[in-house]
Design a protein around this ligand. Structure first.
Ligand code: F3S
Length: 388
């Protein structure tokens, strides 16, 4: 890999041991993936921030880093809301460890939004190079915005944040962003619960396509539906980029054809099979974190109703601050609107045996991460379940 003189100097340790180690991570990564050089990044997003997922070893490693990030760096959801964590059954020792992790990131100069949807807070531009780690944010940035990032591991994203660069390989290269599979889905338009079916479709497509880049035709999803579909594909497969003909930016610019692409078909029956009926103890919404529009929709669905089963709604504190009235009405109806964390990375939902979700990603992760059975439902069904 060809390094610039300033990069060589960092690698020799001229800017301290921590920056040397971080540069070593980037160079090793670049060599493994055949990168020719490093490129500057506009921002980083670091995952592996919850004490539930990184544990003591991760905490010690983060606390040992004595360097500051040099690009805007957002951290992923942590294992609890920063304030009032005891109300959600978070044990004190967990909370103390979690706050230590947050403090380590604060010292590094990271932004402590604790969200998997940094694109609701900061403007991300088409064509920008990023080093993001959270899989749902990566697939959104690449596909819906047209920015360029590989799916970084937590340490690699942090190294990129501290150096301000990332190895140029994979999805940073335009030629690696072409579609590889053509997905024919049933026509979702006009179907009941059209919006929620994109998450279900993503859940099934991810299993079929794995790491490949799908091109969807014949659909017109909105932004939140693209978010749901991408997050699910990133969870059940490892999709980091998809295109939707006529909708996503690169599909509009490059007008990809379907010739020569392997076809994957998902039947309508397979979609509906995901919506099985079963008793649940709680309902969780907001994977990825809710947008303003999604909060408004939840507020509308809760109008005149009272929550009877625990209803957890996860989003960022910035979205909560912007949506004060809607949040107040949701809380008045008995719903919990919770910042900083989510149903997967927090221990708060581990006491439930069965949880209803409206997210294909949560459907994939809740069983392993929360030890609960997950039931998939539309947003309307989720609110009905929580209020009846
Ligand atoms: Fe975000 Fe947690 Fe889902 S990090 S994508 S809400 S699993």
């Amino acid at each position: 890999m060809k390094l610039e003189p300033a990069e060589e100097a960092i690698l020799r340790g001229e800017q301290g041991e921590t920056r040397r180690k971080m540069m070593e991570i980037l160079v090793a990564l670049g060599k493994v993936f055949g990168a020719e050089r490093l490129i500057p990044i506009a921002s980083a997003q670091v995952s592996g921030v919850s004490y539930k997922t990184i544990g003591e070893w991760g905490l010690r490693w983060l606390a040992s880093i004595d360097a500051r990030v040099v690009v805007p760096t957002v951290v992923n959801p942590i294992g609890m809301p920063r304030d009032g964590w005891s109300e959600y059954g978070i044990p004190r020792d967990f909370a103390e460890k979690q706050l230590e992790i947050l403090e380590a990131f604060r010292k590094m100069g990271a932004k402590l939004e604790c969200t998997c949807t940094p694109y609701y807070i900061y403007l991300i531009n088409y064509g920008e190079h990023l080093a993001w780690a959270e899989s749902s944010a990566v697939v959104y940035a690449n596909s819906v915005i047209g920015a360029r990032t590989n799916r970084e591991g937590g340490p690699a994203a942090l190294a990129a944040a501290i150096i301000g660069r990332t190895p140029m390989y994979g999805l940073h290269l335009l030629e690696k962003r072409r579609p590889e599979v053509w997905v024919k889905s049933p026509p979702l338009k006009g179907m009941d619960a059209e919006g929620d079916l994109y998450g279900a479709l993503g859940y099934l497509v991810g299993k079929e396509v794995g790491t490949r880049i799908p091109l969807f035709t014949g659909m017109k999803p909105k932004r939140d539906q693209l978010k749901a579909m991408g997050a699910a594909m990133a969870a059940t497969g490892a999709v980091s980029l998809f295109h939707v003909d006529g909708i996503t930016p690169e599909a509009r610019i490059f007008r990809f054809g379907t010739e020569g692409l392997e076809e994957v078909s998902i039947g309508e029956g397979a979609l509906w099979e995901l919506f099985r009926s079963m008793e649940v103890e709680a309902v969780a919404i907001g994977c990825p974190h809710c947008s303003e529009e999604e909060l408004l929709e939840i507020e509308r669905l809760l109008d005149g109703k009272r929550v009877k089963k625990p209803l957890y709604i996860f989003t960022s504190r910035q979205v909560i601050a912007r949506m004060g009235k809607a949040v107040e009405r949701i809380r008045k109806a008995g719903g919990m609107v919770i910042p900083d964390t989510c149903m997967v990375v927090s221990p708060m939902m581990e006491r439930f045996k069965a949880i209803m979700v409206n997210s294909g990603k949560a459907l994939a992760y809740v069983p392993d991460m929360c030890g609960a059975v997950a039931r998939f439902g539309t947003l309307v069904e989720c609110i009905r379940e929580a209020t009846s």
